[in-house]
Ligand binder design. Structure first.
Ligand SMILES: Cc1ncc(COP(=O)(O)O)c(C=O)c1O
Length: 420
């Protein structure tokens, strides 16, 4: 597969320390959010939210499931949305605006994560899941095998089945320190199934693992030996806690980059999943050509609000993000402390994401503990079995909520577990 000469740089700068001015020459240093009070919340206002996280659940229950956060938006995002709406400027997007988003993504990825994509090798889509579907249509044929590490983000399963591909599970290996890529097993299922595509999720949802350089290098060698395309979903790459560092799969080597399609978005880090804007970065013009074979109009147009909010987030959202990341880290530690005190639970503190993956199987709560906990604890978790076979007996908890709410929800969970 011919490479495109991506410049792989060595960057050590965690996002929380990034000077947004260096990410984009047009950046304003927006410090209005430095004193943001993330602890303040209005439960009624949260319950009035129309998005799925709050509206779908019984108001007596705490929704700690789908990956949205319960915090206010970054000021720059609110301002840009209000400005567009105030001026009635919500018509079709211009090519210049799209190019601005692509260029901002390239500069940011280079500055933060050490891989420089040329903007002509970046496409915009509405969302990452759409990109996964398009990538499967582009890089595999109907009936062909696609490898997914399980437990896995549930839409990967529907993407594989709804595009008529064959799911091949490569379970993560569970050791004393948590989950890891099981490279031997991956190579063996790739060889036996003839898979040509792997969907990698790094940082990993639901386990919160940030894969190490050694794991990524191992996978890159396998990809090279078997001529694979790696679709690397890196949507959680910013939400990485101190002690870990995100490395894009495309940064492992020029060879790895040449077979990688990197999927990203500002939507998780800046909490705007409903605004619809994502990036797809190709490691070669051939990969882009194959992806682009799918007609542009069938993909659907892009949201101008999503693009502008993304630019505002990347240019001016650094201070907001630093505050939120620090807050999430303290929430993560609180979750680990409370869960660590409940006999029979198995939980490894996530290195990334605001999601905790919890094994309740020693508590005899059945295959789907979220059902019982929804009733007994009045806390809504994501059901483990939807993450694949290794998810039985597990549930996923979203801790991106003000700490007073998190603490009440954890108390209720602890009581329900102790009573079981
Ligand atoms: C790993 C992963 N990929 C993709 C998504 C969804 O991204 P989008 O809303 O851009 O489709 C999520 C949402 O939580 C996710 O965790």
């Amino acid at each position: 597969m011919p490479g495109n000469g991506l410049l792989v740089l060595a960057s050590e700068t965690p996002i929380s320390q990034v000077d947004t001015d260096s990410v984009n020459a047009m950046a304003d240093h927006d410090d209005r959010d430095l004193s943001l009070d993330l602890e303040a919340f209005d439960l009624d206002a949260l319950r009035r939210r129309k998005g799925v996280k709050w509206s779908w659940v019984d108001p007596a229950r705490f929704p700690m499931w789908v990956a949205d956060m319960d915090f206010p938006l970054a000021s720059a995002i609110t301002e840009t949305l209000q400005d567009s709406i105030g001026r009635g400027d919500v018509g079709y997007p211009s090519g210049e605006e799209m190019e601005e988003v692509r260029e901002a993504y390239c500069q940011r990825t280079s500055s933060l994560y050490g891989v420089r994509f040329p903007s002509e090798l970046v496409e915009l889509t509405s969302d990452v899941v759409q990109s996964v579907y398009l990538g499967l249509l582009a890089y595999s044929d109907p009936g062909e095998a696609v490898v997914v590490n399980t437990p896995a983000y549930p839409p990967f399963f529907s993407a594989v089945s709804e595009t008529g591909r064959q799911l091949v599970e490569a379970p993560l290996r569970l050791g004393a320190d948590g989950y890891a890529l099981d490279l031997d097993q991956m190579e063996s299922v790739i060889a036996s199934s003839g898979a040509k595509v792997v969907i990698l999720c790094n940082p990993h949802n639901p386990t919160g693992r940030v894969f190490s350089l050694a794991e990524l290098e191992g996978l890159a060698e396998i990809a090279s030996r078997h001529g694979l395309v790696v679709m690397s979903d890196e949507i959680h790459s910013d939400i990485v806690y101190p002690g870990s560092r995100h490395r894009p799969f495309a940064s492992v080597s020029e060879e790895a980059a040449s077979r990688t399609v990197t999927l990203a978005s500002a939507s998780k880090s800046f909490n705007m999943a409903g605004l619809r804007c994502a990036t797809v970065a190709f490691g070669s013009s051939e990969l882009k050509r194959r992806f682009d074979a799918f007609p542009e109009h069938a993909r659907g147009g892009l949201s101008v609000l999503g693009m502008r909010a993304t630019l505002a987030a990347w240019r001016s959202g650094g201070p907001w993000f630093s505050r939120v990341l620090g807050y999430l880290e303290a929430n993560r530690d609180m979750v680990a402390e409370v869960l660590g005190g409940i006999e029979g639970l198995v939980h490894f503190s996530p290195e990334a994401t605001y999601l905790s993956w919890i094994d309740f199987s020693q508590l005899s709560m059945g295959e789907d503990p979220s059902e019982l906990l929804g009733e007994k604890a009045q806390v809504v978790l994501s059901p483990g079995p939807t993450f694949g076979e290794p998810g039985k007996g597990h549930a996923r908890l979203n801790f991106a909520t003000p700490r007073p709410l998190l603490s009440r929800a954890l108390e209720r969970l602890a009581e329900a577990c102790q009573a079981s």
